[in-house]
Ligand binder design. Structure first.
Ligand SMILES: [Mg+2]
Length: 172
């Protein structure tokens, strides 16, 4: 069924609601994360102390992390470089190329990798096409570009449909 490609394996409020210990126990070693509205607001240049703590936690638990974003180089580099997190910009999610490149950079396999993102049509769809474990978060901010707004109107139809049919596990 086609729609299963849009169903995340896990749906949580925010990155801070992800049980990192549980991921580790599942054998996850690698996290591919979206940037805008997943880690911080889409138009916010700044990382928060809470985010830094989260990244520290990831490191302490031994996870490898990479930011894979469809946004431009300036935006992604300015955010990721001070944090010394590797990144791929203009990723063209949901196409597979950037995900493959991310796995290559971190020397990880698909079976040990999760994708975290706030969009069904880019992050979740792309991750599922690659056979990665996908985690959907609620977008941090409602401020977003036109392309994203169009994607959102599609999400508003697909998400309730999938919830109703038990395709999505919501963890509160
Ligand atoms: Mg996003």
């Amino acid at each position: 069924m086609l729609l299963k490609y849009f169903a995340p394996d896990l749906y949580v409020k925010s990155i801070y609601d992800i049980d990192l210990q549980a991921l580790k126990k599942q054998g996850v070693t690698t996290i591919i994360t979206d940037l805008d509205n997943t880690l911080v607001e889409a138009d916010s240049p700044d990382y928060t102390p809470k985010l830094i703590k989260w990244l520290d936690d990831l490191q302490e638990l031994g996870f490898k992390v990479i930011i894979v974003s469809n946004n431009n180089k300036t935006r992604v580099a300015e955010f990721a470089e001070p944090l010394t997190v590797p990144y791929i910009h203009r990723a063209k999610k949901p196409t597979k190329a950037a995900f493959k490149k991310a796995l290559q950079i971190l020397k990880s396999s698909a079976s040990e990798t999760v994708v975290i993102g706030d969009q069904l049509l880019t992050d979740v769809f792309g991750g599922n096409r690659m056979g990665l474990y996908t985690i959907l978060v609620i977008p941090i901010s409602e401020k977003e570009g036109l392309g994203t707004k169009i994607n959102r109107s599609i999400e508003r139809i697909i998400l309730p449909w999938m919830k109703k049919r038990g395709l999505i596990t919501w963890e509160d």
